[in-house]
Design a protein around this ligand. Structure first.
Ligand SMILES: CCCCCCCCCCCCCCCCCCCCCCC/C=C/C(=O)SCCNC(=O)CCNC(=O)[C@H](O)C(C)(C)COP(=O)(O)OP(=O)(O)OC[C@H]1O[C@@H](n2cnc3c(N)ncnc32)[C@H](O)[C@@H]1OP(=O)(O)O
Ligand SMILES: Cc1cc2nc3c(=O)[nH]c(=O)nc-3n(C[C@H](O)[C@H](O)[C@H](O)COP(=O)(O)OP(=O)(O)OC[C@H]3O[C@@H](n4cnc5c(N)ncnc54)[C@H](O)[C@@H]3O)c2cc1C
Length: 665
């Protein structure tokens, strides 16, 4: 803990119990305790140091990642950590690497798509790191369009093997994390061909490298795809390229839970939806929503603390200047992001519950909630990652010039985070999936089919298409029912408008194509409704701790009214509210910001992040920013010598030449 707390005065103004807010944020007292222990374990271990990361070369950074992963594994085994503890430790190490894909995609793919026999064979090897796996789906030519992948897996009945082959340049696997240098195995997605027929995309376990000396196996060409955006950041990951030249694998390395190929080469599809092949992506998408709240809360924590420390203008009679956090503009940019961090946290918890529920139903062969799981994971992944990426950049700007320094932590956080808008499904492609499901639901309304789950509100179509908001004062916007109704009416009317426009096109497909920009907006409106609804539901629960519920209530209102203000055009165009009601929402928003202001620093303290995890001189817990900034600058390799390298070659001759010219004048 800090010796001098420069933020003590801020902490003293909080009107709630921060320790209890930590519990609300983490989900339980147990979760706070475990996260705290793991964060401190990582922060106190010199191997996990990361303050020099942006100064390492790519090779050094990659080796550092291997070192950290090996050390983390050693500690996990020594301390006999549980899976929950091990995963938290992985998160606090905070360096993307092959282990993320090994645990996050390779293992889940085998669990979800492998038979019991296959799981028995492969999972123990993976659990003990006797093999390292990655998820090789995307190719040079196709990522979003999974059905367009070109790699082939042709069954050879003579030898009872599949022949894995990359027939074209564009069929080269391209992007899989951990593939470039670390993995020994991959789940490879390829077109299954047997008896001369193409049965589409299936998963296969393929060994890539020798378990003795790590050299590529015969017929396998592979490497890293090269440096990526930003310094440090995602460059710790070995995203790879992979080509197969008629590589043979035994038939039983096809993942056969969903469909099988018999010894004779007959293709048999189990009686399950073929979309279960996409199950690993659905799993990761829900975990990405939880990650969004983590990344966003980190950026917001840095920006709030620094804004409380930073002072500019406003000095009267030689007194102190104004903390930039007191500027209304700073508040109106920052507090919605603070509220969004909490909103994403709670919707992430709910999504995790939904995912678990759907998984249990699938085990019991109940596929009725598959579409709901797909729509919610795809849509929430898209909205939360897009908002978070933009928000991290906004937090950088909120920190002024110092936000641009690597030591602020924000440039690397942005660079490491921004690909989340693309990986695990490009956000636009995912939102169009949501839109497709919305259109299907609207078209079924006429037949009287009652929508369920997060679409249930559409069942109130008669009412929501004509209702008028009853809000007549700014305070009326504090009523959750008023907010809920406005968001439901906006989402439904946007979806119905799209459906009506599409129905006028020559075909459904053409209409969908022509109207896709509007459909994106309708999908976003639907997802924002889900986030608002889940926040309101959270606040309705019993929440212990002095003032905690009140703060969450205020943040919930900030989130909802900020979205309403930002998307006012939607609410007005669909006639859900009047311009006057829109102005009242904005008025209420200003009042809410004033309510949040004295609690702001304590609200980010509740995230319970160590200085190590934050990795920012601006976001330090003690607020002692300036000495830290000053000290950090001297650590730059450029400051290792007073006179820079290159002086004698380039600077001195230049200066001397000019001096000579001058002396001749
Ligand atoms: C430090 C060391 C410590 C050691 C630590 C030890 C830890 C121990 C424990 C740890 C445990 C946990 C660890 C977790 C870690 C997690 C970390 C993860 C890190 C993630 C990094 C990210 C890396 C990135 C990976 C990738 O990007 S993988 C590739 C992703 N690719 C995509 O997402 C492609 C996107 N495209 C698609 O999904 C599809 O092609 C499409 C959906 C766009 C279209 O598909 P298709 O053409 O087939 O379908 P249609 O549009 O025609 O639709 C047909 C119908 O199918 C429905 N549908 C579509 N998709 C789905 C679905 N997924 N589910 C259900 N239904 C689906 C449509 O709705 C259509 O339905 P209809 O016919 O009724 O209309
Ligand atoms: C850091 C990183 C890590 C990754 N890790 C892995 C991994 O481990 N394993 C793996 O298999 N893959 C991985 N990927 C690949 C990733 O999943 C794909 O890049 C992603 O799914 C997007 O596909 P794409 O690259 O084909 O984009 P494209 O689909 O080519 O997108 C290009 C543009 O076209 C637009 N577009 C595409 N289709 C449509 C449409 N139907 N309608 C409207 N617009 C459209 C998109 O919105 C986008 O603007 C990773 C990618 C990155 C960046």
């Amino acid at each position: 803990m800090a010796e001098v707390d420069h933020l003590a005065a801020e902490r003293a103004t909080a009107r709630f119990d921060v320790e209890e807010m930590k519990v609300a944020w983490a989900g339980s007292r147990h979760a706070v305790h475990v996260a705290d222990r793991m964060a401190r374990l990582v922060a106190s271990d010199p191997v996990f140091r990361k303050d020099n990361r942006t100064m390492l070369s790519r090779k050094e950074l990659f080796k550092d990642t291997l070192r950290k992963a090996a050390h983390a594994w050693k500690r996990i085994v020594e301390l006999r950590l549980t899976e929950e503890e091990a995963d938290l430790l992985r998160q606090y190490v905070d360096q993307p690497g092959y282990v993320d894909l090994h645990w996050g995609m390779f293992v889940p793919a085998i669990k979800g798509q492998g038979t019991e026999e296959q799981q028995h064979k492969w999972l123990p090897l993976a659990y003990k790191f006797q093999i390292i796996g990655c998820y090789a789906q995307t190719e040079l030519g196709h990522g979003s369009n999974v059905q367009g992948l070109e790699t082939t897996a042709t069954f050879d009945p003579k030898t009872d093997e599949f022949v894995i082959h990359s027939p074209t340049l564009t069929s080269s696997k391209w992007w899989p994390g951990g593939l470039g240098k670390a993995s020994t195995h991959a789940v490879v997605y390829a077109r299954l061909i047997t008896e001369g027929k193409d049965y589409g995309i299936h998963g296969f376990i393929v060994q890539l490298r020798s378990l003795e000396d790590h050299s590529p196996l015969p017929g396998v060409t592979l490497g890293d795809i090269g440096g990526k955006f930003g310094s440090g950041a995602y460059n710790s990951m070995d995203n790879g390229v992979l080509r197969f030249d008629h590589v043979r694998i035994p038939r039983d390395q096809m993942l056969m839970r969903l469909s099988q190929v018999t010894r004779e080469g007959k293709y048999v599809h189990s009686n399950v939806p073929k979309q279960l092949l996409y199950g690993t992506m659905v799993y990761v998408r829900q975990s990405i929503v939880a990650d969004a709240s983590k990344a966003l809360s980190r950026a917001v924590c840095i920006a709030v603390r620094y804004s409380a420390v930073r002072k500019q203008f406003g000095s009267q009679d030689g007194g102190p200047e104004t903390q930039v956090l007191n500027y209304k503009t700073q508040q109106s940019r920052l507090f919605p992001l603070l509220a969004s961090a909490y909103a994403f946290r709670f919707v992430g918890d709910w999504l995790n519950w939904l995912y678990t529920d759907v998984t249990q139903k699938l085990e019991a062969k109940d596929f009725s909630t598959l579409q709901e799981a797909h729509a919610c994971t795809a849509g929430l992944k898209a909205v939360t990652t897009s908002v978070t990426a933009d928000a991290i950049e906004e937090c950088r700007k909120l920190c002024g010039g110092h936000g641009y320094l690597n030591s602020s932590g924000l440039p690397e956080l942005f660079a490491v985070y921004v690909p989340a808008c693309t990986y695990e499904g490009d956000n636009v492609v995912l939102l169009l999936q949501v839109a497709r499901i919305l259109m299907k639901t609207v078209s079924q309304l006429a037949s009287g089919k009652q929508p369920v789950g997060t679409m249930a509100y559409m069942g109130k179509v008669q009412y929501l298409m004509q209702c008028k908001s009853a809000v007549s004062s700014a305070e009326d916007w504090l009523n959750p029912d008023a907010i809920q109704e406005a968001f439901e009416a906006r989402a439904l009317r946007m979806a119905v408008n799209c459906a009506q426009n599409i129905s006028q096109a020559a075909s459904q497909e053409e209409g969908f194509y022509e109207r896709s920009p509007d459909l994106l907006e309708a999908a976003v409106a639907h997802i924002q409704l889900i986030i608002v609804t889940k926040f309101i539901e959270k606040v309705h629960q019993e929440i212990p701790g002095h003032g905690v519920k009140e703060q969450l209530q205020a943040l919930c209102n900030v989130y909802a009214l900020y979205i309403l203000h930002k998307h006012l055009g939607d609410f007005l165009a669909t006639g859900c509210i009047t311009p006057r009601q829109g102005a009242l929402a904005n008025e209420q928003l200003g009042k809410l910001y004033a309510q949040v202001r004295p609690n702001a620093v304590a609200l980010v303290d509740a995230f319970n992040y160590t200085d190590h995890y934050l990795g920012s001189v601006l976001g330090r817990y003690d607020g002692d920013v300036y000495p830290a900034l000053y000290e950090e600058a001297w650590k730059d390799p450029l400051n290792e010598t007073v006179v820079p390298e290159g002086y004698h070659e380039y600077l001195r001759p230049l200066i001397k030449q000019q001096q000579l010219k001058l002396s001749r004048l």
